[in-house]
Write a protein that binds this ligand. Structure first.
Ligand code: ZN
Length: 490
């Protein structure tokens, strides 16, 4: 056994235990009896303790020092293990435990505060979470920008300066497009009516199948907030049902299928190694977004979906496939990020990016966050926030300490725009396939050119390799202007 073999054998067990911890999380959101919450948090904390001890095990430093694999896969494994080890040992165990403890409590407090529209009930714990994450960021940054250190956890190699410049270039075109869309006399029809739960779930399953989800390695369950979970041979998805809004269930299912297919599409040789999961949150989101938006909300696929909806729900008041495409992509003012259309979604992210950057720098005090949020929302969206659950209490992220995570949603959209441009060039009859409900040309191309690599290449590198050009915001903005220009006859 070489040092590299020892390192990989040890790492494999760590990865397996991390999958077990993830499955406890999945169970908590889907199956767990309500009375088990307290015990579950203790079970998860125990797993977290085991994982943290393994990730900071001093033998890793020795094995790394003695490992020098010649092949690119081995070198990538070593690079990722070193990255994770260096990060883990920079943060004192006391601080890591304190963050885990406080954020697990904070999520419950946030949920109660959101339900009661009570910012004051959330502020003390939010202030604590922000303080702890700033302390952690200072340990990680070692003199650099602390917010960059947090972004690096989710999107390795990306910085706040790069993201800020990207957003500055995107904003004017998005704002102009939204203004034109909202002012257009050609407004799509809203979807109205009642759509039964069982029929929605049957169609959601058929959509997952249509997008290539492998039911031998997955399952679909209900959860309050849809998510996907797991890597390797066990990647599960969840959805939710609103009987007046079937698009909620159908498109969150397609979104989660995109995440799951990324994990399932990774080379099986990488399973239970650092290469065996998606390389970054931004690249992950690029897969969920391209499945959901560029493919699932495109004119070709919605034509097929319109027929499916009529077969299952009868006449639901939208007669033509063109009208249905408009309905699916309807742009309306709204407070909620997760319900935002493709035109406005990135504007929600830009606002969160600026606010959390200010919080992490100490330029904005947590007690001033609500006023800052409301002022900014009015300026960016032209609407006054009517209650905190429509404002700063709407997202779970900050309660669990996820600072630096929001920008990865916009990066995912940008990568998806680039990948879609490359995909269209590579699969000339893409629309004809999608119009038959056949996504295999698109999903096969994504698996072959991006998904199968897992963590082998850095985030921007894997997108660049797939597209043949370095990712920029241009293709996404061109796509949005063309798509919404056609729907709204601009
Ligand atoms: Zn997602």
């Amino acid at each position: 056994m070489t040092a590299y073999d020892d390192l990989m054998a040890f790492q494999r067990q760590t990865e397996a235990l991390a999958q077990v911890a993830g499955r406890l999380g999945w169970d908590q959101e889907t199956m767990m009896p309500r009375g088990a919450a307290e015990q579950r948090s203790e079970e998860l904390a125990a797993m977290e303790g085991v994982l943290h001890a393994r990730r900071t095990d001093p033998r890793i430093a020795d094995w790394l020092a003695a490992s020098d694999p010649a092949d690119p896969v081995g070198r990538a494994q070593v690079r990722l293990i070193r990255r994770s080890y260096d990060r883990a040992v920079k943060v004192p165990a006391r601080l890591a435990e304190e963050i885990a403890r406080v954020t697990s409590v904070a999520q419950g407090i946030w949920a109660g505060a959101r339900a009661a529209d009570d910012v004051a009930a959330f502020l003390p714990v939010l202030t604590e979470v922000i303080g702890l994450r700033r302390e952690e960021a200072a340990c990680l940054a070692r003199g650099g920008d602390p917010y960059d250190a947090l972004i690096d956890d989710y999107e390795p190699g990306m910085t706040a300066v790069d993201i800020g410049a990207l957003f500055d270039r995107m904003r004017p075109r998005l704002v102009a497009l939204r203004a034109a869309v909202l002012a257009s006399p050609h407004q799509p029809q809203p979807l109205e009516g009642h759509f039964g739960t069982e029929a929605q779930l049957r169609l959601a399953r058929d959509l997952a199948t249509a997008f290539g989800y492998n039911w031998d390695n997955g399952r679909l369950d209900l959860a309050v907030h849809p998510f996907s979970s797991g890597s390797g041979a066990d990647v599960r998805i969840t959805t939710r049902v609103v009987e007046t809004d079937p698009f909620n269930c159908l498109y969150s299912t397609i979104h989660e299928v995109g995440h799951a297919c990324y994990e399932l599409g990774i080379d099986p040789d990488y399973a239970l190694t650092p290469l065996g999961s998606g390389v970054s949150m931004g690249v992950h989101e690029s897969q969920s977004r391209i499945y959901e938006n560029q493919l699932g909300r495109g004119r070709a696929f919605t034509g097929w979906l319109h027929g499916q909806m009529r077969d299952r729900f009868g006449d639901f008041g939208i007669a033509s496939p063109d009208a249905f495409h408009g309905t699916v992509n309807r742009v309306r003012p709204g407070y909620i990020r997760t319900e935002a259309d493709e035109v406005q979604y990135n504007l929600h992210i830009m606002m969160r990016f600026d606010l959390e950057r200010a919080l992490m720098r100490g330029d904005l005090a947590p007690r001033d966050l609500e006023a800052a949020w409301n002022d900014r929302f009015l300026a960016d969206f032209g609407v006054a926030v009517d209650r905190p659950s429509h404002g700063m209490l709407q997202d779970v992220h900050w309660s669990v300490g996820l600072f630096g995570y929001f920008p990865t949603y916009a990066l995912g959209n940008i990568y998806a725009g680039c990948l879609y441009q490359a995909l269209r060039a590579a699969v000339p009859d893409l629309d004809a396939q999608l119009a038959q409900g056949d996504t295999s040309g698109a999903t096969g191309w994504l698996r072959e050119n991006l998904q199968r690599h897992g963590g082998l290449y850095a985030p921007r590198e894997v997108v660049t390799r797939a597209c043949g050009f370095a990712p920029t915001e241009g293709p996404l903005l061109d796509y949005l202007e063309a798509k919404f220009g056609e729907i709204y006859r601009l």
